[in-house]
Ligand binder design. Structure first.
Ligand code: GCV
Length: 831
């Protein structure tokens, strides 16, 4: 059939209808990377788009192409003539022309080829299925948006792995566990939201990077999602995502048969329980025929599970799998199962062992539609962990690797941390199963052990505030999709692609942003938790600011076992927990000895004295000092790097990111000082460069002449300079005054204060009684108590000082925020 006029007009009407249905829809994919700005180069391709088929996905592909081409060409009308971009499946191409040379393609594979006849030019985007056409259309646009010449395109691609899902941890009330971008786009007040326009926009974003599944709800507390009322709403979400080929899944509570089904048990092998699941699953498929499947967190962090009945994860997973199998659904059963009441006094106890100890003996016992979903490291999304040994421990079971896009332990989107280099290291890590080359990417793709299923799952944390809260954080979502599609892509190449599409094609901008992204994870690691210590954060609370001892002496098992003599967890076979034995012999050999363990994982595997020498001869303690100073300096450098983009990028983005990077630079100092002070005190070994514990340019709040302000001890002590701060209990305000005793000169002022929840305190800095600058502490940071979560640096002013000058901070509390102050610092200004 020749493409007719209706095929051309209908999709345009569809675009208009979508636009009219959601006038003023605030949250769009264009706020992420689907911007399609003109590149300044001619497009060089036909702009008339035609389809051979009528399916929804094929029409979506055409709509996306028209929308993208229109935008890329700066609004110039799309062509009308013989030249065209033609979309179709392999079968449709053959029906159109029986002599077509289009190759046969796998269901998710596409082929783009430019044909140039004497008179007409045609670009065919062919898919092994209609969904693959959509992927081809997005790939075509992605190239055009980067200014690539597609006039002679020949591009054939297929995804490396079948499961490419995002997991949302959204709750029915609209809150999001570990989400840092506001409220849910899916749920509110116990129901599915009425306005699902942002959901459709999200699906566009996901489809543009080849993501084919979205698990909608939190793995914790998931039982309300299986009620019939909720499922009706969930079906509306599925409808909103369906035109983009994104299938939806749900997290389920294994105790649902009892909690919402009214049964007396949820024992997974009980026939009544099995029947309940079968009926519930049928109800789901009646509403959502393309439902993708279930995700399960069980026997973990307080969630119910099969262990309560003496059953195994395989018993539970297989019951769900049996219910889903007739409909084509899968079970993603999470390997994140561990005892969070472990005995920290037991030198053999080790949370890192849990997943392998529990799941390896069950290898081969899972139904074919079960996938074991394993976090990329054995603990919990720390800034650095070794690869989970479980990837090498299941050769008869399909596996997926779970990574975290939302930056729970990596700066919560307030710090710039591009995670693709971390994920890429895991994907490329060779598990050496059976002594053969077995990189993780081949295991999760299913090719290493000839598994039918497998893939990557990214915990996304998408919300209503600019998708991920911070503009540059979106590079992580983009990179997740690109790596799940093609794990051979290099993180820098992905950063380059993302920057071109999102920010600018200007080479100076691309270079700078790419460098910043690439340096950001190592920088964050340097000032939070180097040498495999993991993120030294408050692990029982916010997971954000520094709190080094919070991981010790409790059942959560994130111990690093620091004492006066040394630091690190001994996980060796010879003297430790034996965790190392969970790796194949080739890998275990490397980790068993401190001499061969890479420095960046040393303290994950070994307990060593502070004077232990790293591979370059530097001691562990000196490395801890140096890395923190170097990491904080790098965070400060990001501000300068970003400032070099002024005038080259969108002014709103420039100003927004500048504020974020300035905040990060200040918070990196909080981190630096907390960790170095802590280890200085514990080890008693001074910093050979004399920095740790010496802050000659600081004037402490506790040393000031205080009016109204009261001195308090900060907990943990290392989160405040000198362990103390001043807080103002007087509603009308307090002041702290210092008399300058330093040299005459010009100084950069920094004020370190605590921006607490529950009010917007005001601060004013005065010199000799003249107010020079004021600001409001109105950031949204964790905690109502002053410590490293909310310690914030204000540093925008340079002042000229001479001995005898009086410097003052006036603090005005607001609500529960007591205008708490740590110190002011005056650093000589460089001429
Ligand atoms: C959804 C960590 C997080 C929890 C999360 C859990 C998990 O412990 O802090 O918020 O719970 O991981 O992955 O299940």
């Amino acid at each position: 059939m020749k493409p007719g006029i209706l095929q051309f007009i209908l999709p345009i009407l569809f675009i208009v209808a979508i636009a009219c249905a959601h006038p003023g829809a605030a949250q769009t994919a264009a706020q992420a990377w689907l911007r399609y700005r003109p590149t300044g180069k001619p497009l060089g391709v036909p702009t008339r788009v035609s389809t051979l088929g009528q399916s929804v996905l094929e029409q979506t592909a055409a709509i996306e192409l028209r929308r993208g081409l229109l935008s890329l060409s700066g609004g110039a009308p799309l062509e009308d003539g013989p030249n065209m971009i033609l979309l179709g499946t392999v079968q449709e191409m053959h029906t159109r022309d029986s002599k077509s040379t289009v190759p046969s393609l796998e269901p998710e594979e596409f082929f783009i080829s430019a044909l140039r006849g004497d008179l007409v030019r045609e670009i065919d985007i062919v898919g092994g299925s209609d969904r693959a056409i959509l992927y081809g259309a997005f790939a075509f646009l992605r190239n055009l948006a980067q200014g690539n010449d597609m006039s002679k395109a020949k591009l054939r691609e297929r995804p490396a792995m079948p499961v490419r899902w995002v997991d949302e941890w959204d709750n029915a009330d609209g809150s999001i566990e570990r989400g840092y971008a506001g409220h849910s786009i899916f749920f509110d007040a116990g129901h599915v939201r009425d306005d699902l326009a942002p959901v459709a926009e999200y699906a566009r974003l996901l489809a543009s990077i080849g993501i084919n599944g979205c698990n909608l709800n939190n793995v914790n507390g998931s039982s309300p999602f299986l009620t019939s009322e909720m499922l009706q709403g969930v079906a509306r979400i599925a409808e909103a995502m369906r035109p983009y080929g994104v299938r939806i899944g749900l997290s389920v509570d294994i105790a649902s048969p009892q909690k919402i089904g009214g049964l007396v048990t949820y024992d997974p092998v009980d026939p009544a329980v099995k029947a309940w699941w079968a009926t519930k699953v049928s109800e789901i498929y009646d509403l959502i025929p393309d439902f993708a499947g279930f995700t399960v967190k069980a026997d973990s962090e307080g969630q119910p599970g099969p262990a309560s009945f003496g059953r195994t994860p395989a018993d539970a997973a297989n019951t769900l799998a049996a219910a889903l199998a007739p409909h084509g659904g899968v079970v993603l059963y999470r390997a994140f199962v561990y005892n969070h009441h472990a005995d920290w006094r037991d030198p053999k106890a080790d949370r890192a062992r849990a997943a392998y100890d529990i799941f390896h003996p069950l290898d081969g016992k899972f139904a074919p539609n079960v996938i074991i979903q394993t976090k990329e490291g054995p603990i919990d999304f720390q800034v650095r962990e070794p690869v989970s040994p479980l990837f090498g421990g299941l050769s008869h079971t399909s596996q997926a690797m779970e990574v975290q896009i939302t930056q729970e332990y990596t700066g919560q989107q307030r710090h710039l941390v591009y995670l693709a280099p971390m994920w890429k290291q895991v994907l490329d890590f060779d598990m050496r199963v059976g002594g053969a080359t077995t990189p993780v990417q081949r295991i999760v793709a299913g090719t290493a052990f000839h598994r039918p299923l497998g893939g990557m799952v990214g915990v996304s944390g998408i919300g209503q505030q600019a998708w991920l809260g911070s503009p540059l954080a979106l590079a992580n979502l983009y990179a997740f999709g690109r790596l799940a599609w093609n794990p051979d892509l290099k993180p820098e190449q992905i950063a380059d692609e993302w920057t071109r599409q999102t920010i600018s094609n200007d080479p100076a901008v691309v270079r700078t942003v790419e460098e910043m992204l690439m340096q950001s994870w190592p920088a964050y690691e340097s000032y939070t938790g180097p040498l495999g210590l993991q993120t030294l954060t408050d692990i029982t609370g916010s997971h954000y600011g520094p709190n080094i001892e919070s991981s010790e002496n409790n059942g959560w098992g994130q111990w690093h076992r620091a004492d006066h003599e040394g630091v690190g967890m001994d996980r060796t076979v010879s003297s430790g927990t034996g965790y190392v034995s969970q790796y194949s012999p080739d890998v275990a050999r490397i980790y068993e000895s401190a001499a061969t363990t890479p420095d960046d994982l040393l303290l994950f595997f070994h307990h060593v004295p502070y004077t232990f020498e790293l591979h370059d001869g530097k001691t562990v303690i000196q490395y801890i000092y140096d890395s923190h100073y170097q990491g904080a300096a790098q965070a400060a450098q990001f501000v300068d790097d970003w400032e070099s983009l002024k005038g080259r990028i969108d002014p709103e983005l420039y100003a927004d990111m500048l504020g974020r990077l300035q905040y990060q630079a200040g918070h990196a100092i909080v981190w630096r000082d907390a960790v170095v002070q802590y280890f200085l005190k514990l080890s008693g070994i001074p910093d050979e460069r004399g920095r740790a514990g010496h802050y000659p340019n600081r004037l402490e709040a506790e040393d000031a002449r205080l009016t109204g302000y009261k001195v308090i001890d900060v907990t943990p002590w290392e989160d405040a300079s000198g362990g103390k701060a001043a807080m103002c209990p007087v509603a009308s305000g307090c002041t702290a005054d210092w008399t300058w005793k330093g040299a005459t000169g010009s100084f950069r002022l920094a004020v370190q204060y605590f921006d607490l929840q529950g009010g917007d305190a005001r601060f004013t800095f005065s010199l000799n009684g003249h107010a020079l600058i004021g600001w409001t502490a109105n950031a949204t940071l964790p905690s109502k108590f002053p410590h490293g979560d909310n310690s914030t640096r204000f540093a925008v002013l340079t002042v000229n000082l001479k001995p005898g000058d009086v410097l003052s901070i006036a603090g005005l509390p607001d609500g529960a925020d007591p205008a708490a102050l740590d110190y002011i610092e005056l650093l000589p200004a460089t001429p």
